[in-house]
Design a protein around this ligand. Structure first.
Ligand code: PEP
Length: 251
């Protein structure tokens, strides 16, 4: 039985005052809804500078803390980078790795993503590795091959596949309002699980697969009804307390 997981990716949004308001509203929503949200694993991933603020405000809540990225290097002379053990030190239990915006704007390769996954596991963080095709790749009929190859590349060096989550995020659905249909997402998730079976037959069934790409309060339940969709990575809608709580409740 895979425990539902919903992650909020705040991306590069927020400031101290806005975060406080959003977290207060989230806590009120969570208190109002009780077990329908508190029994699900939900994770807030704010920008680095606000990790401590969010960690303090989440104390005593069922929501956990995560980061949006980490360095592949151990602490040392890497100006501007943030090492995985630093995130663990601040209270993070989760870290998103290889988001398409990192791949697109920071030229992150599968090899770098693989190294970041190893660094995250070494720091006892649960890595959530993102894979997904562009619209061009989908239209060329390459979606399945692209995703399978990203997955094999990312997981190549990982000693333990039990401690990883995979997020399928078609690039054409991120921040566009264009969600994959539940059937299309399920088809890809099922293929992802086949690749995971090839890599680690014993543990593939237990690995959580999240869908990401314009998940909203009104489409979450139909996505979560699919066999291999175990939760969501949520961008835009995670900045709205009621929408995010509704998505968590649907998981
Ligand atoms: C994301 O950033 O991972 C994402 C899925 O964004 P959105 O929900 O806004 O499409």
């Amino acid at each position: 039985m895979r425990q539902p997981l919903v992650m909020a990716n705040w991306k590069m949004n927020g400031n101290s005052a806005a975060n406080r308001e959003l977290l207060k509203a989230l806590q009120a929503e969570f208190a109002r809804r009780g077990a329908e949200v508190s029994t699900k694993t939900s994770v807030i991933c704010p920008p680095y500078p606000y990790l401590t603020q969010v960690a303090e405000m989440l104390q005593g809540s069922s929501m956990q803390l995560g980061a949006q990225d980490c360095s592949h290097s151990a602490p040392g002379a890497y100006t501007g980078e943030v090492a995985a053990p630093m995130l663990a030190d601040l209270g993070c239990r989760w870290v998103v790795i290889g988001h398409s915006e990192r791949r697109q704007y920071h030229q992150e390769s599968d090899a770098l993503v693989a190294a970041k996954l190893v660094a995250a596991q070494r720091a006892d963080l649960m890595p959530v590795v993102c894979v997904g095709e562009t619209l061009e790749q989908r239209e060329a009929g390459e979606a399945e091959d692209v995703v399978a190859s990203q997955l094999r590349g990312a997981l190549a060096d990982l000693p333990d596949l039990r401690e990883v989550v995979v997020a399928y995020e078609p690039v054409w659905a991120i921040g566009t309002g264009q969600t994959a249909t539940p059937e299309l997402a399920q088809e890809m998730h099922s293929q992802i699980r086949d690749v995971l079976r090839e890599l680690d037959e014993n543990n593939a069934e237990g690995i959580r697969l999240l869908y990401g790409g314009s998940v909203k309060a009104d489409n979450a339940a139909s996505l979560f009804a699919m066999t291999d969709i175990d939760g969501a990575l949520v961008g835009g809608a995670s900045l709205d307390a009621e929408a995010f709580a509704t998505i968590v409740a649907a998981a």
